[in-house]
Ligand binder design. Structure first.
Ligand SMILES: Cc1cc2nc3c(=O)[nH]c(=O)nc-3n(C[C@H](O)[C@H](O)[C@H](O)COP(=O)(O)OP(=O)(O)OC[C@H]3O[C@@H](n4cnc5c(N)ncnc54)[C@H](O)[C@@H]3O)c2cc1C
Length: 82
């Protein structure tokens, strides 16, 4: 398999959608769906596909950031997660 530079979108954990509270499958599926839709709609324009993916995954990203902040605020030992 040959991977063409600039034509790959990451989803799930490797894209940073890692939920510290668990339940990571939904984040993997949601970001994978966003990536697939962006590719489907903008197949011939990788930069537009990338931007469409960023926008459609923005709510998920913001949710993950709130989850990390929540866990970081629970105890001093988790502070670096904030
Ligand atoms: C014991 C356990 C229990 C869990 N229980 C739950 C649960 O009840 N509910 C829940 O929502 N989540 C649960 N999770 C978390 C959930 O499994 C993960 O959050 C989810 O699988 C993340 O999906 P992902 O697609 O991001 O990554 P992954 O599922 O890790 O998929 C990544 C894939 O990429 C492949 N890969 C890696 N490197 C390469 C490479 N170089 N080339 C090609 N392929 C590669 C790997 O083999 C793997 O198949 C659990 C996790 C564990 C460990």
């Amino acid at each position: 398999m040959q991977i063409e530079v600039g034509r790959v979108l990451f989803a799930g954990k490797v894209a940073g959608f890692l939920n510290p509270m668990g339940e990571g499958i939904s984040a993997g599926m949601e970001s994978g769906y966003c990536a697939a839709c962006a590719i489907m709609e903008h197949f011939d324009d990788p930069q537009v596909a990338c931007e469409a993916y960023r926008q459609s995954a923005e709510n998920l990203k913001s949710y993950m950031q709130r989850q990390w902040s929540l866990v970081g605020g629970m105890a001093g030992t988790f502070r670096e997660m904030e």
